[in-house]
Design a protein around this ligand. Structure first.
Ligand code: AMP
Length: 395
């Protein structure tokens, strides 16, 4: 796996796909600069080598050229974060981009205009990719958030750099982290899958069965499993048409020697609201009119015990409706248990959507070994897929 470490960028123009798809407010100010900060180490390494950096990214979902989606809005803040005055090209291909790239000196940074001003970007069009490629000497992909898309700047452009392409630090770290779980993870390996629905996690669950020793299933998915086994789940969320699938998963897990851990008790609510009446129930004895919205105390003790003896931990999905304060305790205490295990030397990866949001919201980010930066991309990795943006560099 080649990374920026494997190249000396002296007098080289690095064409870097970054993910600067940052949130902007009404005044076009960046409200979360994480993505820019995350790309900084890669850019700085290239500049310190004596190279220059040509940054390309998308921003939002423009329909053609729309000024509100122009990357010019982020130039000042990006300059401040990177500590270098960033130049801006008002187009990402053609004469404007070529002239700006040509005029670039070592130590300088150029940001190209929004790639998605051209429909060719998302189509992965070859000629557009070739025009992008003409701007740089070495291609670097550091945009994990779009690595699952076969777009021009994330995938096709790599074809024009047969021996001069590599991963940036950020993308490399994402790949290393997932490999640490799936390939060289110290045993026991435990995956914790929460979230609302079995249907959206089924491919991940199936992939996990070949890779982990323990599988903790929590959140809204619980009730489909419990009902399938004959339990009473009251008004809890359930996908009736997935009951058979749930039983099949349990059977497969047994055959493969994977230990499945499901909740044994829940925090029930008499409505889907933070102000609902609350009561603890056994997971298979939830009365009608009540629904399980969080993991109960016995469940958390059980899950914590499994986590404490794990050496590698993957967490995807909350175990309760963490958006409501009264039903967030399970997710928080699960996060804390993972934090404790991490302190004792386990490797922990949090990835794929809502668990990342939860970890950030509850200030648990620093207690995890790694928190993934790409929602959709991480989900596809968890499903066992090779991302096109990753494959394009490895080829
Ligand atoms: P996902 O995007 O599949 O990871 O699902 C995350 C969502 O699952 C969050 O918005 C949670 O509120 C929701 N969730 C977790 N536990 C439950 C539950 N017991 N009942 C309903 N929704 C839940």
């Amino acid at each position: 796996m080649k990374t920026v470490k494997d190249f000396n960028f002296k007098n080289q123009k690095a064409l870097i796909r970054v993910d600067f798809n940052v949130p902007l407010n009404d005044q076009f100010e960046i409200t979360d600069t994480n993505r820019i900060e995350a790309a900084k180490p890669t850019i700085i390494k290239i500049l310190e080598d004596g190279g220059c950096a040509i940054l390309m990214s998308h921003l939002g979902r423009p329909k053609g050229k729309q000024d509100e989606f122009s990357l010019r809005h982020i130039v000042d803040k990006t300059s401040e974060i990177l500590g270098v005055r960033v130049k801006f090209a008002t187009d990402c291909i053609g004469k404007i981009a070529e002239d700006a790239a040509h005029a670039l000196h070592p130590g300088e940074i150029l940001l190209l205009e929004n790639l998605r001003f051209y429909a060719e970007e998302e189509k992965g069009e070859k000629n557009f990719s070739k025009q992008l490629a003409s701007l740089g000497d070495i291609y670097v992909n550091d945009a994990f958030g779009t690595a699952h898309r076969a777009h021009a700047s994330t995938t096709i452009v790599a074809e024009f750099f047969p021996n001069k392409k590599c991963f940036g630090f950020l993308l490399a770290k994402e790949i290393e982290s997932i490999n640490k779980v799936f390939k060289d993870g110290e045993k026991p390996v435990t995956a914790i899958l929460g979230g609302s629905k079995v249907s959206s996690k089924i491919t991940i669950i199936e992939n996990m069965l070949d890779k982990v020793n323990h599988l903790i299933i929590g959140g809204g998915m619980t009730y489909t499993f419990v009902k399938a086994q004959g339990g009473k789940i009251g008004n809890s969320i359930c996908e009736d048409d997935k009951q058979e699938l749930a039983l099949e998963i349990l059977k497969k897990a047994k055959a493969k020697g994977v230990q499945i851990h499901l909740p044994v008790d829940v925090v029930g609510a008499d409505s889907f609201s933070n102000d609902a009446k609350m009561q603890i129930f056994d997971v298979d004895k939830i009365p009608d009119g009540w629904q399980g919205l969080d993991a109960g105390p016995k469940t958390l003790a059980l899950f914590s015990e499994v986590i404490a003896k794990s050496r590698t931990i993957l967490w995807n999905g909350p175990v309760g409706v963490f958006e409501m304060e009264n039903f967030s305790k399970g997710t928080i205490s699960l996060g804390e248990a993972i934090g404790e295990a991490t302190k004792k030397g386990a490797f922990s990866l949090v990835g794929g959507g809502d668990s990342v949001a939860a970890v950030k919201q509850f200030g648990l980010e620093n207690q995890m070994s790694y928190v993934s930066t790409g929602g959709g991309a991480m989900l596809e990795m968890l499903e066992g897929k090779t991302l096109p943006g990753v494959a394009a560099i490895l080829e």
